[in-house]
Design a protein around this ligand. Structure first.
Ligand code: NAX
Length: 327
């Protein structure tokens, strides 16, 4: 039997945590043969609620759940962590400017980056879910100089999954028929859900739907889905966000199927003219725990415009956190 691996989760007593932890502990993320030790981080006032979640985790009697650690100290939560899912973040409050939001989150992701740098496994795989996810990932990464910058990623997988499901619904096909959608850029309303290479049962998706629908309905529906969920549910996406986090980490750790790709927010290496260093959604394939950007895709003028606009937003966020001395 395999040795347990250490999985750190921040914001563990929150909404997403309440779905995510049970999926990790049941083996959905790393496989049904991989025991896990959960290392859960919360702010001090939430430790009591976290303890309740831990009671429920224990009550599930998950065979793969080897141990649970709870703490309000990142140096404890990230100790020897093989995987770190950074979910806890400061939500945008009414009247908050972008700079205020980025500053508040810098207060969380800078010390967490430093703690990862100090105590995590040298191979730790980091996924930032907490918003603004891409720039929070950049902050953590820039404060962890001893770790490979490529180990810091941000979640655009929920957008990717939403893009699949919207296309499946429109074409009347199962989600399993849909391949090779890309979410380019920021996990925000400027994201670009790109169907240029997508296929439905092997047929080009853009031959099956009309261009007008794609540009004026599909793209904004995917990009604004988070707001639609809040409007309907009275709370932001939680189970679907947790499921996307599971998908992101599973595919990174265990690999993507032959001939298919997924979308991950990763540090740009300059591919497709995306400024180097931005944490940007790209099409990636993964194997043996490593990801690589899918190269050689044709980029139309329409795509170029969308990709540049979302890059521009990430540049502005980066400049803002630079001004604040966070990166
Ligand atoms: P909740 O407010 O339910 O939970 C967040 C938890 O984080 C709280 O329990 C809080 O005590 C904890 N927390 C705050 N600061 C912390 C710190 N410094 N260390 C450890 N824990 C801390 O939010 P939830 O609905 O779970 O969402 C979490 C984050 O995910 C939010 O930032 C949200 O915007 C973001 N999302 C990102 C998505 C994505 O696709 N990238 C989609 C879903 C979600 O909106």
């Amino acid at each position: 039997t395999k040795q347990p691996v250490r999985v750190a989760v921040t914001g563990a007593a929150g909404q997403i945590g309440y779905s995510l932890l049970f999926r990790i502990a049941s083996g959905d993320m790393l496989g049904k043969d991989q025991p896990v030790i959960l290392q859960l981080l919360e702010i001090t006032p939430a430790l009591k609620a976290l303890n309740g979640v831990v009671m429920e985790l224990r009550d599930c009697a998950f065979p793969l759940l080897a141990d649970i650690v709870t703490t309000d100290d990142p140096m404890v939560a990230f100790k020897d962590a093989d995987y770190a899912l950074l979910v806890g973040a400061m939500p945008r409050k009414a009247g908050m400017e972008r700079g205020d939001l980025l500053g508040a989150n810098g207060g969380i992701f800078k010390p967490q980056g430093e703690a990862l740098n100090a105590v995590a496994s040298r191979d730790v795989k980091v996924l930032v879910v907490g918003n603004p996810a891409n720039t929070n990932a950049l902050i953590a990464q820039q404060n962890a100089p001893d770790l490979d910058p490529r180990q810091f990623t941000a979640m655009v997988r929920l957008d990717h999954n939403r893009a699949i499901s919207q296309l499946a619904e429109k074409t009347g096909q199962p989600v399993s028929a849909i391949k090779n959608i890309t979410i380019w850029g920021n996990h925000s309303s400027t994201q670009y859900p790109d169907l240029s290479q997508a296929t439905v049962n092997g047929q080009p998706a853009l031959d099956l739907v009309d261009r007008e629908w794609y540009e004026t309905t599909y793209i904004p529906t995917v990009a604004k889905r988070g707001a639609a969920i809040i409007e309907a549910r009275g709370a932001s996406s939680a189970a679907s966000a947790a499921s996307a986090a599971i998908d992101h980490m599973r595919d990174w750790a265990l690999g993507t199927p032959e001939g298919e790709w997924v979308s991950m927010g990763i540090p740009s290496d300059g591919s497709y003219g995306v400024p180097e260093g931005l944490i940007y959604g790209f099409p990636v394939r993964t194997r043996n725990g490593q990801y690589e950007i899918v190269q050689g895709l044709e980029i139309s003028d329409f795509s170029r415009g969308k990709m540049d606009a979302t890059a521009q937003e990430l540049i502005e966020e980066r400049d803002e956190v630079r001004k604040l001395g966070l990166v």
